[in-house]
Design a protein around this ligand. Structure first.
Ligand SMILES: NC(=O)c1ccc[n+]([C@@H]2O[C@H](COP(=O)([O-])OP(=O)(O)OC[C@H]3O[C@@H](n4cnc5c(N)ncnc54)[C@H](O)[C@@H]3O)[C@@H](O)[C@H]2O)c1
Length: 385
């Protein structure tokens, strides 16, 4: 509740201005050294869009709206979108930065090699949710703290998933494409457009986003299933009317629509390979806003080409940005977008405020809200282990 208050007040400040771990011997002196810090932010570039909305804080140009605040305290704030390749801007700052902020939308891949070179690095902050762009084992071994703005964009993603489910079920994209191309062929759409009512929707992962999605699906009168490491609180489970499926492989053949809502971990990487996709119902629709690498890329292409997957939609790719020749751009019946669902303007205000709050606590030597930690004192959060 207190955290909510802090975030809400920071959101208000950021929105109106329009501008802009605990220490152990193991941790790299997270809160030990006072004085000026070098903070590097890696964000997507907005170019001509940067000036169109004063609350567009998540882009490189606005840099979370924290530049004036950081610089007024004597800190150095470098911001770039140039994160890969031999002479990239990010690598120039790796040897002496203290804090690296990145977003899942334009991830700075923090490899073991980069961590080794980053002798002053103490803190890795994710402006959003999902820190799989960081080698968490290497970060833990190096005594770094990794934290994200837990909960900051869960509503944004759940709403987007609901939209993608409807887009696939109603076969919307080919209809839109017909209109853009000057065509009018009702039959070309209608032969595979359905109602959502009465269909079975299963979420793989029912954490913050998965639960919000199930709640939003309730009024559509579907059969709702979920698979997770842990069961939802019984009262909420009953309220939503979702049934727990302990065995993922037993749930999959029952689902007309499958939504992926787990983090990318060692256990979920490649979870949907050829064999697992074969267990899904023929004609299944899959929505994945979680992480691209949870799917086997080629297995999705093959199953979409054969019609086993009748539609695939999501906004996450491996790697990001997706190269021009990424096969998901060209497979049939997809409704893919760039990584956008968690970076609505509302989400940006929340994760910008969350990053500012954590930096403020870092400067003051205070702990972060417990749920934000992904790596702390050499330990990786349980679901990432
Ligand atoms: N596309 C976007 O913009 C966007 C935005 C936010 C989050 N995400 C992704 O969505 C993921 C989920 O976010 P969240 O806020 O709901 O996280 P969360 O931690 O609240 O929920 C994750 C759920 O997955 C479950 N889980 C973890 N590993 C599992 C496994 N091996 N098998 C079954 N269940 C497992 C956990 O028990 C938990 O209930 C994030 O980790 C991130 O990768 C994407």
């Amino acid at each position: 509740m207190a955290m909510k208050g802090v975030i809400a007040s920071a959101v208000r400040t950021l929105a109106s201005s329009g501008s802009s771990a605990s220490s152990t011997t193991f941790t790299r002196h997270l809160h030990a050294s006072a004085g000026s810090k070098k903070i590097v932010g890696v964000f997507y570039k907005a170019n001509e869009y940067a000036e169109l909305n004063p609350n567009f804080l998540g882009c490189e140009e606005r840099a979370l709206g924290i530049r004036d605040w950081l610089e007024s305290q004597g800190h150095k704030y470098i911001v770039t979108d140039d994160k890969e390749g031999p002479d990239c801007e990010l690598d120039k700052h790796i040897p002496d930065l203290h804090v690296l902020i990145s977003t899942p939308f334009h991830p700075a891949y923090v490899t073991a090699e980069r961590i080794k070179k980053a002798k002053n690095l103490q803190l890795l902050l994710t402006a959003g949710i999902g820190s799989d762009h960081i080698d968490l084992k290497a970060a833990a071994a190096a005594g770094l703290t990794v934290a994200e703005v837990t909960g900051s964009n869960v509503v944004s993603v759940a709403e987007d998933e609901l939209m993608r489910i409807l887009i696939l079920v109603r076969n919307f994209v080919p209809g839109y494409t017909q209109i853009v191309n000057g065509e009018w062929k009702v039959a070309g759409i209608a032969h595979r457009a359905y109602d959502l009512e009465g269909k079975t929707v299963g979420t793989v992962g029912a954490g913050r986003i998965g639960k919000l999605l199930l709640q939003r699906l309730k009024p559509f009168n579907c059969h709702l299933l979920y698979h997770d490491r842990v069961k939802i609180d019984p009262e909420l489970e009953q309220q939503i009317g979702a049934k727990f499926e302990e065995d993922l492989d037993a749930m999959l053949p029952k689902c007309d629509v499958i939504v992926i809502n787990t983090p990318l971990t060692e256990k979920t990487r490649g979870l949907f390979d050829k064999e697992r996709i074969a267990k899904c119902k023929k004609g299944v629709l899959i929505v994945n806003n979680a992480r691209g690498a949870i799917m086997d890329t080629q297995a999705v292409v093959d199953a979409s080409s054969s019609g086993h997957i009748a539609g695939y939609s999501g906004d996450v790719w491996n790697p990001q940005p997706a190269p021009k020749d990424h096969p998901w751009r060209y497979m049939p019946n997809h409704a893919m977008t760039p990584h956008i669902s968690g970076t609505t303007i509302d989400a940006q205000l929340r994760y910008a405020a969350g990053v500012k709050d954590m930096l403020d606590r870092y400067f003051k030597g205070e702990d972060f809200p417990a749920q934000n930690y992904i790596v702390k004192d050499g330990k990786i959060a349980s679901q990432y282990q």
